[in-house]
Design a protein around this ligand. Structure first.
Ligand SMILES: NC(=O)c1ccc[n+]([C@@H]2O[C@H](COP(=O)([O-])OP(=O)(O)OC[C@H]3O[C@@H](n4cnc5c(N)ncnc54)[C@H](OP(=O)(O)O)[C@@H]3O)[C@@H](O)[C@H]2O)c1
Length: 245
């Protein structure tokens, strides 16, 4: 008897939250397509998972700035269902928020080529992934598309200013996820949402962040598991609370 296991496709799986989500879905018995920029040079952590999980873990080349890499993978996986697509790849741009705090991305310091790269990764990347894989997701039982955005993309919650490029990119991808939620439920029965992972101790969040990656990933997985039509078009946090746009 062939048992169909659910499948995940995720970007930014080389490290941080992407890698932790990969680990947790593998533990649950899913087939995981782990998208990363350099699969042939994957870290020891990724290779250790590969040794344990074998074919259940497929390392896939995805650079979200390189749309041909996305289209190539979509063509290679044509006809294969993908239950959950998670856009985790992201950047805050040059410099380090973890080290610089609110000196990072402040007014007067804009590096415009860097802004463009932040937008290519954080905004165009999730859009392109969704357009390339919509049919794969539509043919799956679960039909879900999730983008990791940030509370820093909430216009309502912005009380301290600064962080221009990152905030603007996450607000932009929030707008995309809101439209997608409306459109794709109607056209394909796909449930999509924006999801804030919390402030997490990764390379991006830094060592002083609130929570560790396993805690964030566990919460996000629970929320994704119960994502239904009543929850789409809204903006969630990893602990199940709702954020204002
Ligand atoms: N950590 C937090 O506190 C926090 C808070 C709010 C939101 N988020 C969001 O959560 C997501 C994951 O964050 P994280 O903390 O895991 O960040 P991270 O530790 O800095 O990891 C970033 C990931 O994105 C990948 N990436 C960057 N540019 C890419 C590209 N062009 N193509 C494909 N992959 C690319 C990196 O790959 P390489 O290894 O190849 O560089 C890495 O896997 C991001 O979207 C972030 O904005 C994080």
């Amino acid at each position: 008897m062939i048992i169909n296991v659910p499948s995940l496709l995720i970007t930014g799986a080389s490290r941080g939250l992407g890698l932790e989500l990969v680990r947790q879905y593998l533990v649950d018995g899913w087939e995981v397509h782990a998208g990363m920029r350099h699969p042939a040079a994957a870290s020891e952590d990724v290779q250790a998972l590969k040794r344990v999980y074998g074919d259940a873990l497929q390392l896939q080349h995805i650079d979200v700035e390189d749309h041909e890499s996305i289209e190539r993978l979509a063509a290679r996986l044509a006809g294969r269902p993908i239950d959950v697509l998670i856009n985790s790849a992201g950047t805050m741009g040059n410099g380090s928020f973890a080290e610089q705090g609110l000196q990072f991305g402040k007014f007067g310091s804009s590096d415009y080529p860097d802004w463009e790269r932040v937008f290519r990764i954080n905004v165009l990347g999730p859009m392109k992934m969704a357009e390339a894989f919509v049919e794969h997701v539509a043919r799956s039982p679960q039909k879900k598309i999730v983008t990791l955005t940030s509370i820093l993309g909430s216009i309502e919650k912005n009380r301290i200013g600064g962080l221009y490029a990152y905030r603007a990119s996450k607000a932009a991808v929030n707008a995309i996820m809101r439209s997608m939620a409306i459109d794709l439920v109607r056209s394909h029965g796909i449930k999509s949402t924006a999801l804030h992972p919390g402030w997490v101790r990764t390379d991006m969040g830094g060592p002083h962040a609130d929570i560790d990656a396993p805690t964030s990933a566990r919460g996000m997985k629970e929320l994704i598991a119960r994502l239904d039509e009543t929850m789409v078009g809204r903006y969630w946090m990893y602990d199940g609370s709702e954020l204002p746009w």
